[in-house]
Write a protein that binds this ligand. Structure first.
Ligand code: 6CS
Ligand code: FE
Length: 308
């Protein structure tokens, strides 16, 4: 498929190209619950870490549920993705559809408020999952921009989406926390390599296509540096869909469980995938969006994050 007119084309050319993103990172002016400095930090750095937003009791409840789902209870076999070289469960997808407490969590004003504010209006869930990353067994997630995959394989037109990762375990320097290149969300890397058929079956275990070249990654790190936002369970990490990020394997005994929710703007609904291939299945990429309504009123402020 010839996409030479598509600004966010990728996996087409012969060389990896880094270009400036023409679209905004923050799509809404002002608003609440995030303070202007928090929104400015997100715009500049591409992420925001809000420490201890959920209570320990809430975290316990989400953890019990995560273990139940990872055990296969109430989920379809395709919702479970295994580690690349073992049968250990790596991810459980579609959790906002199979679990009532995760369904409620995506409507919780503490998550939905910032998502609506930053994306400028109504949003829905494009993808949800738990990443287990158990001690000793959880493998890495190689460097990537989520948006590159969601544009090319799912047809999201513009980078008007964000992820919220809810930390269900303490994240420390040992258990493979997410690492980000702050500021990299303002560039876009057109990667090299064709998308194999049903690429997701391999990429969710180990992504090798749609990732920047090592030269491009080296340049990005020299320019932006690396940050691993760490903190206690119950914290949340919001990050732009085009922020380059990854995480190392977990060879520590400490698990790193987290729940991820991808909020996409209702003004950025998916079109035909830019691969020319069939859309990915709906457990990975929603194609029937319903705007989220908050379960309680959205508060006027969120406590300032120590890392913000
Ligand atoms: O496929 C996805 O939607 C997500 N998973 C991987 C391994 N890369 C892109 C995106 O984060
Ligand atoms: Fe990702």
């Amino acid at each position: 498929m010839d996409n030479s007119n598509d600004f966010y084309r990728s996996r087409q050319g012969r060389k990896c190209e880094t270009v400036e993103r023409p679209d905004p990172v923050v799509w809404g002016e002002g608003g609440s619950p995030l303070a202007p400095e928090q929104s400015k930090h997100y715009d500049k750095e591409g992420f925001l870490f809000l420490e201890s937003l959920l209570t320990p009791a809430e975290v316990d409840e989400f953890l019990v549920e995560a273990r139940r789902l990872a055990g296969g209870e109430g989920v379809e076999p395709e919702d479970l993705v295994r580690e690349p070289d073992s049968d250990v469960v790596r991810s459980v997808f579609r959790i906002h559809k199979t679990s009532s407490i995760y369904d409620r969590l995506v409507r919780d004003p503490r998550l939905l408020g910032p998502a609506q504010q930053l994306l400028g209006g109504q949003v829905y869930i494009h993808q949800s999952r738990i990443n287990l990353k158990p001690g000793f067994l959880g493998k890495e997630f190689y460097w990537h921009s989520d948006f590159e995959t969601w544009h090319i394989e799912d047809g999201l037109p513009l980078p008007r989406a964000l992820s919220i990762s809810v930390l269900l375990s303490d994240n420390n320097e040992f258990n493979g926390p997410v690492m980000v290149m702050p500021g990299s969300q303002k560039l876009y890397v057109r990667t090299v390599g064709e998308t194999p058929k049903d690429h997701y079956r391999a990429s969710l275990r180990k992504q090798e296509v749609g990732v920047p070249s090592t030269d491009a990654l080296t340049d990005l790190v020299h320019r932006f540096g690396l940050v691993a936002p760490k903190g206690p369970s119950g914290s949340i990490l919001l990050f732009d869909c085009n922020l380059i990020h990854g995480s190392a394997g977990n060879i520590s005994p400490y698990p790193r469980h987290s729940a991820f929710f991808v909020f996409n703007s209702m003004e950025n609904l998916p079109v035909e995938p830019f691969t020319g291939q069939a859309p990915r299945p709906s457990f990975l990429a929603e194609r029937d969006p319903v705007p989220l309504e908050p379960v309680a009123p959205i508060r006027s402020s969120i406590p300032a994050a120590p890392h913000a």
